[in-house]
Design a binder for this molecule. Structure first.
Ligand SMILES: CC(C)(COP(=O)(O)OP(=O)(O)OC[C@H]1O[C@@H](n2cnc3c(N)ncnc32)[C@H](O)[C@@H]1OP(=O)(O)O)[C@@H](O)C(=O)NCCC(=O)NCCS
Length: 173
C-alpha cells in the first residue's frame, strides 16, 4: 500500500470513493450523496489541487494503482486561526478496512501538518456513535475536547459530534 497526495488526475476516483462513503456511512459525514453527486468534476478537481500552497489537500491510499482510502487536510489562513488545521473526509473502502490503511492516512495528514510552518494543532469532528473512527483517532494521538449535541439532522433524528484535537508542534504538546 502506498500513500500519496492526490492530484487533479485523481478527481474522478476520489469522487467515486467519497460518494460510496456518503452512501454507505451516511452518519459519518456531514455531506450527503444528494448534495455532492450533482457537483461537476471541477469541484472535485479543486479539492485535490496540486498547487504548492493549497487551502486543502487530500492524501490517498493506493493498493496497486487503485485508490482505496482518502483523508483530507484543510488549512486556515486568517491570522488568528492559521495555527489550526482540520482533518476532513476520512474514508477507507469497506473491503480494505482493518489493514492499517486508516492509520497510515491519519499519519500522513499529521506529518504534513507538522511539516507546514505555523501549524500547531489538527482538529476534527467525528459522529459520537462512530466507534471505529474514534478509536482510530485516539490511537493516533487525538483527544476529545467536547461533544456537540444536535450536530447533524439525519432524517428525523439528531446525532452528536465529538470534537477532537492533536498537537503537531512540540511547543503545544
Ligand atoms: C474509520 C475508518 C477510516 C478506519 O479505517 P481502517 O483502515 O479500517 O483503520 P485501520 O485498519 O488503520 O485501524 C486503525 C485503528 O482504528 C481502530 N479501528 C478500526 N476499525 C475498527 C473497528 N471496526 N472497531 C473498533 N476499532 C476500530 C482500531 O483502534 C485500529 O487499531 P488496531 O487495528 O491496532 O486495533 C474506516 O472504518 C471507514 O472508512 N469508516 C467509514 C467512514 C468513516 O467513519 N470515516 C470517519 C469520519 S470522521
Amino acid at each position: 500500500m502506498d500513500i500519496s497526495r492526490l492530484t487533479p488526475a485523481h478527481a474522478a476516483e476520489y469522487r467515486a470513493v467519497m460518494l460510496q462513503a456518503y452512501a454507505h456511512e451516511p452518519e459519518a459525514f456531514t455531506a450527503t450523496v444528494s448534495e455532492r453527486a450533482p457537483l461537476p468534476l471541477d469541484w472535485w478537481r479543486a479539492r485535490v489541487s496540486d498547487r504548492p500552497d493549497p487551502s486543502e489537500l487530500v492524501f490517498g491510499a493506493f493498493e496497486d494503482t487503485r485508490l482505496v482510502g482518502v483523508a483530507g487536510l484543510r488549512f486556515e489562513h486568517r491570522p488568528r486561526t492559521q495555527h489550526k488545521a482540520t482533518l476532513f473526509g476520512m474514508a477507507v473502502l469497506p473491503q480494505f478496512r482493518g489493514q492499517g490503511i486508516g492509520r497510515a492516512l491519519v499519519k500522513a495528514v499529521l506529518e504534513d501538518a507538522q511539516a507546514t510552518p505555523g501549524t500547531r494543532i489538527v482538529q476534527l469532528t467525528v459522529t459520537e456513535s462512530n466507534a471505529p473512527a474514534r478509536r482510530l483517532y485516539e490511537s493516533c494521538g487525538f483527544v476529545a475536547f467536547g461533544t456537540e449535541p444536535f450536530a447533524l439532522k439525519i432524517g428525523e433524528r439528531f446525532v452528536s459530534k465529538v470534537h477532537m484535537w492533536c498537537a503537531v508542534d512540540s511547543a503545544v504538546a
